[in-house]
Design a binder for this molecule. Structure first.
Ligand code: ADP
Length: 377
């Protein structure tokens, strides 16, 4: 390839970058973060508060001990070798800290971070624009990486493996592929659906971390840290109460903390005690297991209308007047994890715990003696 072609390809990539507005999102994100940090008083916008509460370094990141230890080894050894670390895949439910970890990886490396998401990578050009504008050593964070479009994904393989991509110039038989160098970078991919990732993409990550829900004790530490940052007075029992209803998820814990803080300020003396937390969460329809209105509606329909199931997801969604996706992605994962719903080949089934949670007696298995009788005998 001659110099002219190389320049043309580079110009194409630059133009694509401008057209795609790559970098804008990143700068906007950085401003939000900076603002969140600069203002000590509580800021009300959810995104700003979330940014202000993000742990900045690995040792501020609560819980996930194994992932933290593995990551810290990966980062230390990369730094010793003076090379960007292997690409990292983070999988786990929303709100468990994947974005925070990606930012921490960049901070620990002293590197910049570019943030984008799978759905924003619709065409191969989007990816070309992005990777060719990276600075050496930068971290590229792609959230929801399982949703990246196939042509962009195929280019990503090359960029990840060889730090090179082929830009196709022209159309039809006369088109030529011009290789462009990509500065060495570390990709951090996040996904809530690791199972949807293609084999070739998954295989190109040198390190995969699966993030698990947090224990109530860990969530209590998250809450105490956040309360300190937001200037909320939170007793240990108040923190335990909120932690127990936070669905194993720091984002939920932080959100509930802000709601109980509101309640404490308006209806109590500003201190979040256990009683205040209980009263506040009753107002916001969050029950003692952390189920909200939608979760309970799903459970209620399954048990009361369909006798405990099995019932198909679409039918269940119609029964609670929600989109199928909302039920499947918002309510169901937590209900399944809590052991209240089971997925079977014939549909969703309420477990005995679900009946009991609604204050009802679970029906005995058909054709067997009721348990109580067995016990008595
Ligand atoms: P994800 O990208 O997995 O959806 P985020 O990284 O955006 O999750 O985390 C959501 C919020 O939860 C963050 O603003 C942060 O304040 C909090 N958070 C998540 N994980 C932790 C953690 N391990 N320690 C402290 N706070 C956390």
């Amino acid at each position: 390839m001659n110099e002219l072609e190389r320049q043309e390809a580079a110009e194409l990539a630059r133009r694509a970058a401008r057209a795609a507005g790559v970098g804008e999102e990143v700068r906007a994100g950085a401003e939000v973060r900076a603002e969140g940090l600069a203002r000590p008083e509580p800021v009300e916008d959810d995104r700003q508060v979330e940014a202000a509460l993000r742990p900045r370094r690995l040792d501020e990141f609560v819980g996930q001990e194994r992932v933290r230890e593995q990551l810290s080894l990966l980062l230390d050894s990369a730094q010793q070798r003076g090379r960007p670390p292997d690409h990292v895949l983070l999988s786990g439910a929303p709100g468990l800290g994947k974005t925070s970890l990606a930012m921490i990886i960049a901070a620990e490396l002293g590197a910049g971070i570019r943030i984008t998401s799978g759905p924003a990578m619709e065409r191969a050009g989007d990816l070309v624009a992005l990777v060719t504008s990276l600075v050496e050593g930068e971290v590229l964070f792609i959230d929801e990486i399982h949703r990246i479009a196939r042509p962009a994904e195929e280019l990503l393989y090359m960029a990840m493996e060889d730090f090179r991509i082929d830009v196709v110039v022209g159309k039809g038989p006369g088109s030529t592929a011009i290789p462009l160098d990509v500065p060495p970078f570390t990709l951090v991919g996040a996904t809530t659906r690791a199972g949807l990732l293609t084999g070739p993409l998954r295989g190109r990550f040198g390190f995969t971390a699966h993030m698990e829900p947090y224990s109530p004790a860990e969530l209590q530490r998250v809450l105490e840290r956040s309360a300190g940052l937001l200037g909320v007075q939170l007793t240990a029992q108040g923190a335990a109460e909120v932690a127990g209803r936070s669905r194993g998820t720091p984002r939920v814990a932080n959100r509930l903390l802000r709601r109980v803080r509101d309640y404490a300020e308006v209806r109590a003396d500003g201190v979040v005690t256990r009683d205040v937390a209980q009263a506040a969460l009753a107002v916001y329809d969050v029950d003692e297991r952390g189920l909200d209105r939608l979760d309970r509606a799903v459970l209620d329909a399954l048990v009361r209308r369909f006798g405990g199931g099995p019932v198909g997801l679409s039918t269940l969604a119609v029964a609670v007047s929600e989109e199928r996706e909302t039920v499947e992605e918002v309510a169901e994962p937590f209900l399944v994890r809590s052991g209240l719903i089971a997925r079977t080949p014939r549909g969703r089934v309420a477990t005995p715990a679900a009946w009991r949670h609604l204050g009802l007696t679970p029906p005995g298995p058909v054709g067997t003696l009721p348990l109580e009788l067995g016990d008595a005998g």
